[in-house]
Design a protein around this ligand. Structure first.
Ligand SMILES: [Zn+2]
Length: 88
């Protein structure tokens, strides 16, 4: 009988933990949905820090926050920015 009670307690705890996990996930998702509006940078043209962009010279992907912007193109390094977009 004691063993059955132990299982009931374990299952209840697992369910409780899962419920808390789900709630925290939903809260985190809600916060992420709100974040872009509250965390907007002064100039509206610059993309959010989380978005990925591509170097116009070598094609490497990097966070838009770390990209160097020039003439509406993103670059991974000053050298590539100075070299300009890749000519094919
Ligand atoms: Zn590059």
């Amino acid at each position: 009988m004691g063993k059955l009670l132990l299982w009931v307690v374990l299952i209840a705890l697992a369910w409780l933990g899962w419920s808390l996990f789900r709630v925290s996930q939903r809260k985190a998702a809600a916060r992420q949905r709100q974040a872009p509006a509250t965390r907007r940078e002064p100039d509206a043209d610059s993309p959010a820090p989380e978005t990925m962009t591509r170097c116009a010279r070598c094609g490497v992907y990097l966070p838009a926050g770390e990209a160097l912007r020039s003439d509406a193109q993103d670059y991974c390094s000053p050298a590539h920015r100075d070299a300009g977009p890749h000519q094919s």
